[in-house]
Design a protein around this ligand. Structure first.
Ligand code: C2E
Ligand code: MG
Ligand code: MG
Length: 379
């Protein structure tokens, strides 16, 4: 960037793009270094954030400058290098960033590059996933599959709705892959609305189908979605619009929800609960729940994470945790359901611990709607 421009102006613009704890320094005539501190431990999240800040900087520096009464614009090239535990030499990091910056420069104006091409590739893939995901919503590529939840007597009491993305190029994309992208980009909010709407429409249909009226529908809700200010209204409006019965709808929350504003979470849960909606705590045992919170949340069910079910017969720690979750549910007056039950031996062991509801491949994989309905009819 031309040094004839008032450096203080660059400084000001750079400063406005970063947080207080970050550092902006001038390292050469027309070179600046920005140090983003305390990024996520997860390098991919850290890289995504660094990239977002870099875009912001490109944007800010791209705005015209007033120089001696005339407008001047300039462009920047940005190189990004991550450093931390693995490479804690900051001089090295600066060199890597500089190398990436030269690559960016060689690519043309107003660009950014990561030092590590592999990192670049992963970040690119994420960005492309984000735009495909936007298209997916517009082009009806999202569908719900339904996985039965069964009692120890073999009765189907309900289902968990699990989102599937049928991408024409990628094939079936796993939610484990695209939900995190959706969360990061905020797309989870419209996607979550769609899931809720579709699940409630299905519930309303079942209400008039013999043999289906009793079924409950568990819907996964992301923390970001739940924290939307109007979440309660959205759910109530969806119930009203679709005609689904509130007491057939079970919202699956995860412990990540409890990281912020527990009081607000309780208020929202109570508001929905007052209308009959029930709550299950998903992936239980993997997160940060403090027992005192747990007691205050108006939950109905704890879901034992499949990570504990998988090796329950061979790993005494997993068995002990499962046993503790059952005891905890019991003492809090909640039901308990293990997920990821794949074998009869796991099911029997869990029954022995006091579980009377189950979910997993042993009973059925998540099924498209017509296969699920056929599954119920077959009994
Ligand atoms: P989850 O809610 O804990 O869902 C359980 C996952 O375990 C599902 O994976 C299900 O297909 C899988 N599963 C069920 N039974 C078995 C089994 O016996 N063995 C094994 N190995 N796996 C089993 P899926 O469908 O890939 O979903 C992954 C995660 O993505 C879900 O975990 C949930 O957190 C998220 N997700 C799925 N649909 C939605 C959605 O509509 N909204 C949100 N926010 N998240 C969703
Ligand atoms: Mg779930
Ligand atoms: Mg789960």
């Amino acid at each position: 960037m031309p040094t004839s421009l008032p450096i203080s102006e660059h400084d000001k613009r750079l400063g406005a793009c970063v947080r207080e704890r970050d550092t902006v320094a001038r390292v050469g005539a027309d070179e600046f270094a920005v140090l983003l501190a305390e990024l996520d431990q997860n390098w991919l999240d850290a890289a995504m954030l660094a990239e977002a800040v870099a875009h912001k900087i490109l944007d800010a520096l791209g705005q015209p400058y007033q120089l001696d009464g005339s407008e001047v614009s300039c462009t920047a090239s940005i190189g990004i290098a991550l450093f931390g535990e693995q490479h804690d030499d900051d001089v090295e990091a600066l060199k890597r960033a500089e190398m990436a910056m030269y690559q960016a420069k060689a690519q043309g104006r107003n660009t950014l590059r990561f030092f590590d091409p592999k990192m670049q590739a992963v970040v690119n893939a994420r960005v492309s996933m984000e735009s495909s995901l936007r298209d997916a919503m517009a082009n009806d590529q999202l569908v719900l599959h339904y996985q039965p939840q069964v009692t120890d007597q073999g009765q189907i009491t309900g289902v968990e709705a699990l989102l599937r993305w049928l991408d024409p190029n990628r094939g079936m994309v796993s939610p484990a892959e695209f939900i995190p992208v959706a969360e990061e980009t905020g797309l989870i909010v419209p996607i979550g609305d769609w899931v809720l709407e579709t699940a409630c429409k299905q519930l309303a249909q079942w209400a008039s189908q013999p043999g289906m009226t009793h079924l409950t529908m568990a819907v996964n809700v992301s923390a970001k979605q739940f924290h939307q200010r109007d979440f309660v209204d959205r759910v109530l409006m969806t119930l009203e619009r679709t005609g689904a019965k509130a007491d057939r709808l079970k919202l699956e929350l995860t412990e990540s929800l409890l990281v912020e504003d527990v009081e607000g979470v309780i208020v929202k849960m109570n508001a929905l609960k007052a209308r009959g909606v029930t709550f299950s705590l998903d992936d239980f045992g993997t997160g940060y729940s403090s027992l005192s919170y747990l007691q205050r949340l108006p939950l109905d069910q704890l879901k034992i994470d499949q990570g504990f079910v998988r090796d329950i017969l061979i790993n005494p720690n997993d068995a002990a945790i499962a046993k503790m979750v059952v005891a905890l549910a019991d003492s809090l007056g909640l039901t308990v359901i293990p997920e990821g039950v794949e074998t009869q031996a796991q099911r029997d062991f869990l029954l022995g611990l006091g579980c009377h509801n189950f979910q997993g491949y042993l009973f059925s994989r998540p099924l498209p709607i017509d296969e699920f309905e056929a599954f119920v009819k077959r009994g």
